[in-house]
Design a protein around this ligand. Sequence first.
Ligand code: PGA
Length: 247
Amino acid sequence: MRIIKVKDYQELSLTAARLIASQVLLKENSVIGLATGSTPEGMYKELVKMYENNLVNFEGVISFNLDEYVGLEENHKESYSYYMKDRLFSHVNINEDNIHIPNGNSSDIEEECKNYEKLIEEHGGIDMQILGIGRNGHIGFNEPDVKFEAVTHVVELDEQTRKDNSRFFDSIDEVPTKAISMGIKRIMQSKKIILMAYGIEKANAIFGMINGKIDPKLPASVLQLHPDVTVILEEGSASKLEFKVLV
Ligand code: PGA
């Protein structure tokens, strides 16, 4: 794992945005796995700025989002479909046909999961996957479990996750109980992975992800096995790690 420690949220956002921009510059039809949540919001803002300054071109980019709630209308302001349009897609020149987000309103959710998996496969897998991390160590909506769930699947959301995400809803009762999430195997098959973390409340999960044993009870720990992971940490989320200065 390559760890980049940055001083604040602005630098976190800019560093991640630059990594995406350079991926797209090197391969214009890159397949990018995208994440939602509060952590990547600044990264999307930076990407929009870069696009406006002709520093990145989304024309050929193919996107696959990590997850989506089950049962929220597509235009519900907390659906990830709405989030992506609002933060990125409606501001850049990505081709609508190249945008993929699991459909949490499908009448056949199991079939939706299978189709999503197949679509990613047909596009040759993910070149660069962006990840946040939950306080409980989840990646995507792969919650702590007794095993690593491999493929796109329906998830029963953890109470901790529902509590954490209730800040976006009027009350916890409105937070969906289920979601569709890309699985661990699919994430691990990405050629490159960028994980971003912000805030002291993520410090334990980050410590465990880097120093703990590989355990489905802390899903992000599986990333220790991936050959090309870049972790970008602002000081709070990195506060439990020791950094040695090499001279
Ligand atoms: P957050 O969520 O960015 O809103 O903290 C991260 C995650 O749950 O993956």
